[in-house]
Write a protein that binds this ligand. Sequence first.
Ligand SMILES: [Zn+2]
Ligand SMILES: [Zn+2]
Length: 327
Amino acid sequence: MKTAEQCYGTFGLSINASDEEVKTVYREMVKQYHPDKNSAPEAREKFIEIQQAYESIVNKNFASNRQHVNMEDLFSQFGGFDFGPFANSIVHAGRNQDRSFSMSISFIEACLGVTKTISYTYQSACKGCEEHSKQHGKINVFSCSQCSGLGFLRRNVGPVSISQPCGSCAGVGTMLKCETCKGQGAVPDKKQISFKINPGMEDGSVVKFDSQGDFNYKTNSYGNVFVKLSITPHPTITRNGVDVFSRLKVPYLDCILGCDVEFESIHGIDKINIPPLTEAGAIVKKSNVGINNVGGHFLTIDVEMPKLINNTEKKLLNKIRNLKLKN
Ligand SMILES: [Zn+2]
Ligand SMILES: [Zn+2]
């Protein structure tokens, strides 16, 4: 079945044309292409095309070339995730033209941003069909023999006649004749897309690339490509918005006396000052080292006790203890 644009297009009219205008052009074209009067090999096909287009316009029965696609269906193979800004996307009909990929990126890549590439094989528009279209003004189609070009088959069930879309031509009424693509309208080709992921990407984000999917000659359009990104967790660092969090082991004496210690930030090894008398569980913050250097890195302090203590240390610590007791 054809879209309204295609049906009106058959008569060289826009979809705003009145029924009267359609009728006038239809009559002229019927005279021109009637197989009894026109012996050109393509006249019969054109005649059928005119009939079908006219019938569709009269009955206001068109294929929709755009449709709302339930994104949950589209990505059901991924399991549940947040569809975010694409929840209400309008994509081309024929979801089998769309391609979906999933990609894992590391926690640090998600924090700092990264450029990624996907490579895939897709269905590219057939050059043979395009060449024919250039030379003859349309792709090389012939009427489907199964349904005589009607696009549907009638079946009688008792007294009732039921119309079903023709399986051979998928309800189009025509089939494609091309040696290059063997009537598929498209041939496999390889494609690469490089894309930038901005710093602070959220887990489950979906990136959409318009018209990078498979070609379908029936809709004369390419599907879209969707890449679902998932973040591989970091072994020690977590994130919330622009802030990052981790734990830091600090030797007990450094906690008492204060010190500068190194810690692993999302940008690499960094330093932070631990103030004197820092308690276990205290949180120290280094500002402007979070996402986009805006947020902070929050470190929860774990006081590190020695595994062993020698006699000299014992004596010295006892001295301190006695000193404290005297005070
Ligand atoms: Zn072809
Ligand atoms: Zn058919």
